[in-house]
Design a binder for this molecule. Structure first.
Ligand SMILES: Nc1ncnc2c1ncn2[C@@H]1O[C@H](COP(=O)(O)OP(=O)(O)OP(=O)(O)O)[C@@H](O)[C@H]1O
Length: 217
């Protein structure tokens, strides 16, 4: 199993947001839907190891997020919906940091940079980036290395059409050729060439499956 939840619970103060008693997500590309404020970003942040939660999350059957945080975070990459970068740095600074942390190759980096057409502005300070340029950077950082699972929170928002198509292609290709699993959130329809395996909706603090078979949206 790609991801297993046991007695998973997240609250902000006394306000419960997520409660997933027992759930196992198989390998694949997962699309999580949900109305505003239902907890999609909270779920992805918890799964990325960025915020505290109660209970257990197990990756690939044996890596416990809480007990083996380094091994877990080496395998799970995350692109936030709106990433908050230190604005005095430039794109290249962030890339250098992540390349080292994620053991990425130069070849992999160039393919990502060229695919998104970013080479012209990587040396400019992040304070000068548009929303779409910041989005592209956070996606490139998330694709670096060899993750087992990629968490992408609203990955298509603010991207131009060409970048949307490029991202859809990468998701499909990485999944088919490198067996990388994905959890995506999106309010908009996901491009039809992305082969979504499972769709869930966050309702009443839990994940309700909207389909039970492969290939059906
Ligand atoms: N840092 C925080 N402190 C307190 N409450 C928070 C915090 N972050 C989120 N919440 C609350 O948790 C709930 C879930 O928020 P979250 O951002 O996860 O929703 P979402 O499903 O991603 O929403 P959207 O579709 O609008 O992006 C909301 O009620 C929100 O007010």
């Amino acid at each position: 199993m790609m991801l297993q939840f046991h007695n998973f619970a997240k609250a902000y103060g006394v306000q419960p947001v997520l409660q997933i008693e027992k759930l196992a997500l198989p390998s694949g590309i997962h699309w999580i839907q949900g109305d505003n404020g239902t907890g999609k970003s909270t779920l992805l942040k918890a799964l990325a190891g960025l915020i505290h939660f109660k209970g257990t999350v197990l990756l690939d059957g044996d890596i416990d997020l809480k007990k083996q945080p380094l091994a877990y975070r080496k395998r799970v990459n995350f692109a936030e919906s709106e990433a908050a970068f230190p604005l005095f740095l430039n794109g290249q600074d962030m890339i250098k940091l992540f390349m080292k942390a994620k053991n990425a190759t130069q070849e992999q980096l160039w393919a990502l940079i060229n695919g998104f057409g970013m080479s012209d502005y990587l040396t400019q300070p992040l304070s000068s980036y548009s929303a779409g340029m910041l989005k592209k950077l956070s996606l490139v950082l998330a694709f670096l290395g060899k993750p087992s699972l990629l968490l992408l929170d609203e990955p298509f928002i603010t991207l131009d059409q060409q970048a949307i198509e490029q991202l859809a292609h990468w998701i499909k290709e990485r999944h088919e050729q490198q067996q990388i699993n994905f959890i995506l959130t999106s309010h908009q329809a996901i491009p039809s060439n992305v082969p979504i395996d499972y769709t869930f909706k966050l309702i009443n603090q839990g994940l309700t499956p909207l389909n039970s078979a492969y290939g059906i949206r």
